[in-house]
Design a protein around this ligand. Structure first.
Ligand code: FE2
Ligand code: FE2
Length: 207
């Protein structure tokens, strides 16, 4: 048990402090922005990517929390695959923020801790609700990525390509959770999750 705890703390610190490397190449690698972005556009796009980066920090923590108490081998494999894809997202967001001269959120350690706890609790309560929670999270992330796509200036082809690929992956994660038997969460829990995610996105946009 102590070994697993040390391993988790190590993973958390690495996620929060080390620039992660992606397994897949960045989706915008062959694209150039034909027009340069204004400094205001850069600043704004960096903020949207900061929100997405924090979302990926939450996703990592959520998956790690769920894996920590999970005993089902089949679910474990799927969670590991999705968690690795989320690591790509984390790395893509991080490097794009840097290119746009932005910074990541100072709230990330707090968000990691909160999401890890939620993932652990969901995993302990019930396997099917755990998957339901995951599927709902992925659904909500996809919809906020869609919302960001409508706000990013169309000339920023690079940021758009990254967000589009992330959205595709999140939709796949949602389907995979459903195919493993995710139960639909009660409406009031979906509501609470929506309000929490709103709070997360509005605070990380600023801090
Ligand atoms: Fe993601
Ligand atoms: Fe995802």
């Amino acid at each position: 048990m102590l070994d697993s705890i040390i391993n988790e703390v190590d993973k958390a610190l690495k996620t929060l402090t080390v620039s992660s490397l992606s397994e897949r190449p960045r989706p915008d690698r062959n694209l150039n922005n034909p027009q340069t972005l204004t400094s205001q556009e850069k600043e704004e796009h960096a903020k949207y990517m900061r929100v997405n980066h924090s979302g990926e920090i939450c996703a990592q923590a959520l998956y790690r929390g769920q894996l920590f108490f999970n005993n089902n081998k089949k679910i474990e494999e799927q969670l590991e695959i999705a968690a690795n894809e989320e690591l790509d997202h984390l790395s893509w967001c991080q490097s794009r923020i840097k290119e746009l001269n932005g910074t990541t959120s100072r709230l990330n350690p707090l968000l990691y801790l909160g999401s890890f706890t939620i993932g652990s609790i969901a995993s302990i309560i019930d396997e099917k609700y755990n998957l339901g929670f995951l599927s709902e999270t992925e659904k909500q992330v996809s919809s906020h990525l869609e919302n960001h796509l409508s706000k990013i200036a169309s000339k920023d082809k690079k940021t758009i390509a990254i967000i589009k690929q992330m959205k595709k992956d999140e939709e796949k994660h949602e389907l995979s959770a459903k195919s493993m038997g995710a139960k639909e969460l009660p409406y009031f829990i979906q509501k609470i999750m929506k309000s929490t995610s709103k709070l997360m996105t509005s605070s990380t946009f600023r801090i």
